[in-house]
Design a protein. Structure first.
Length: 148
């Protein structure tokens, strides 16, 4: 029995190390509640009234999926962009309603991305104006990653 003790401990240590690595390398380190576009759509953008569940997310860390619409000419590294729920909602006329657009200002430049992404950051229920229309929400972005 003693001859299996050391190899067993080594195998257990390797398994734990791999699990910790996968957790730490699995994505951005910011934790937050996953928010969906249906929740954001509950904001009455005309009156500014939001249900209690949405108000509870104000100034909280969140994770939100969507599509990037850069607000800058620099297409390699962007700091400001709109996040919209679908690629067709980008900049076509008419623009999506304000409760279906989120103004994102990243803390650091991130690569411009074409497909769906996750945005991690702090959500604020404020109206922001852009050249493509008003957005009822702002996220101070920590990180983005491709939607998986």
């Amino acid at each position: 029995m003693k001859k299996w003790l050391i190899p067993g401990i080594l195998i257990l240590a390797v398994i734990v190390a791999v699990a910790v690595y996968q957790i730490l390398a699995g994505g951005p380190s910011i934790a937050g509640e996953t928010v969906n576009w249906r929740q954001l759509g509950e904001l009455d953008y005309i009156t500014g009234n939001a249900p209690p569940e949405l108000k509870a997310l104000d100034n909280q860390p969140v994770k939100l999926p969507g599509f990037m619409v850069p607000l800058e000419d620099e297409q390699r590294q962007v700091v400001e962009f709109l996040l919209v729920p679908s690629p067709q909602a980008c900049i076509h006329v008419p623009a999506p309603p304000p409760n279906q657009m989120v103004y994102v200002k990243m803390k650091k430049g991130v690569p411009a991305m074409q497909g769906p992404i996750w945005v991690y950051g702090t959500l604020k229920l404020v109206t922001k104006q852009s050249m493509y229309g008003d957005a009822s929400f702002e996220i101070t972005g920590e990180a983005i990653e491709p939607y998986k």
